[in-house]
Design a binder for this molecule. Structure first.
Ligand code: NAD
Ligand code: KPL
Length: 309
């Protein structure tokens, strides 16, 4: 059995906690403060429901604060990208060179920042198509079955963590090892850059982006160039066609960023178009339509009274 700490008791944190606990792994949820511990003590445990809410199971996992002294073997970092560095700083003293961290954050930038903070810790980045939301505190709904790609963020001579992959798959966390996680993250970033901001700006479902095909195509071409400049030719290959396929497949979806705006939650803009624009400047890649998109998203978030960071 493995010892897992899960930092961030939100949608994905609870989804992973429940499935790992169901397999008898030792799971500790690391929560923000004493009030969160008290709130958890008033629940029946971490709840997990299926998408139709037909069945719910509760798992009595333990909760603790970041200040706990217990060393950490396996850590799942399940907070938003903008909270990731601060969250890791709080538990950094509990990590060692034998710890393994799985980073679930969307976008790019937070993962590299954490690996830089912790050069001697094995950081695995995840790119996942699983979907979950919270029905109540500590109660997650497994809304969309999906697949998770996992891989090392920095070059390593260490072996593929087969025990980890076996344990995750046995827990129903369908995952595959990749030696190209950065390529997957860049490709997902490009898809999210092309789709999510426009669904917020035009307040539309993914499929309705067909009405803005000229703008999408221009942004896609710039993203292809950016991926080439970033040394990611495989991620750039056929990007525009791939993005249109995702739009078609997810036509009736409201993007995660649009859902955040509608629910008045902070978005991960800085790790999506913000990161892409910063990279295009650093790499001297001319992407005017992408910068315009980022600026318009920024203004739209401001108009909604939401954070632009
Ligand atoms: P969430 O907002 O539901 O949960 C994050 C949790 O982390 C919150 O409970 C927050 O209070 C907690 N947190 C933040 N800083 C903390 C700290 N210092 N100490 C303790 N707790 C802290 O987020 P989520 O939906 O689970 O998403 C997590 C990441 O996964 C995001 O980057 C998101 O984009 C990505 N993601 C989510 C989904 C999904 O379906 N929910 C799918 C794919 C990717
Ligand atoms: O990942 C997505 C998101 O909503 O964040 C997709 C569906 C690919 C684009 O909306």
């Amino acid at each position: 059995m493995m010892n897992w700490h899960i930092l961030g008791a939100g949608s994905l944190g609870c989804l992973w906690a429940a499935r790992l606990a169901a397999q008898q792994h030792h799971v500790q949820l690391i929560v923000r403060d004493a009030a969160a511990i008290t709130a958890y003590q008033h629940t029946a445990g971490v709840g997990l429901s299926d998408a139709q809410h037909h069945s719910t199971q509760y798992y009595p996992v333990q909760v603790q604060l970041a200040t706990d002294s217990q060393p950490i073997d396996y850590l799942l970092l399940a907070c938003k990208a903008y909270d990731a560095q601060a969250a890791i700083s709080q538990i950094a003293h509990r990590l060692s060179s034998s710890s393994v961290i799985v980073l679930l954050q969307n976008g790019l930038g937070s993962q590299q920042a954490i690996q830089t903070m912790l050069p001697h810790v094995r950081c695995l980045a995840a790119s996942s198509t699983e979907g979950a939301y919270l029905l109540a505190p500590f109660h997650s709904v497994f809304a969309g079955q999906g697949h998770t790609q996992l891989g090392d963020l920095q070059a390593t001579t260490q072996a593929v963590p087969q025990d980890l992959l076996t344990a995750l798959n046995a827990a129903g966390i369908h995952c595959t090892w990749t030696t190209q996680i950065t390529e997957h993250l860049w490709r997902k970033l490009a898809i999210n850059c092309a789709i999510n901001p426009m669904t917020v700006i035009y307040n539309c479902l993914n499929g309705e982006l067909l009405h803005y095909s000229e703008r999408i195509n221009t942004v896609c071409q710039e993203l292809e160039q950016l991926l080439q400049h970033a040394g990611q030719p495989a991620a750039a290959h056929d990007l525009t066609a791939q993005i249109w396929q995702v739009i078609e497949k997810t036509a009736s979806n409201s993007s995660s960023m649009r859902q955040d705006v509608q629910q008045r939650r902070r978005t991960e803009i800085s790790y999506i178009t913000g990161f892409a624009c910063a990279q295009s400047i650093a790499l001297e890649c001319h992407t005017p339509a992408l910068h315009q998109l980022h600026a318009q998203l920024h203004d739209t978030l401001s108009a909604h009274g939401l954070s632009t960071a």
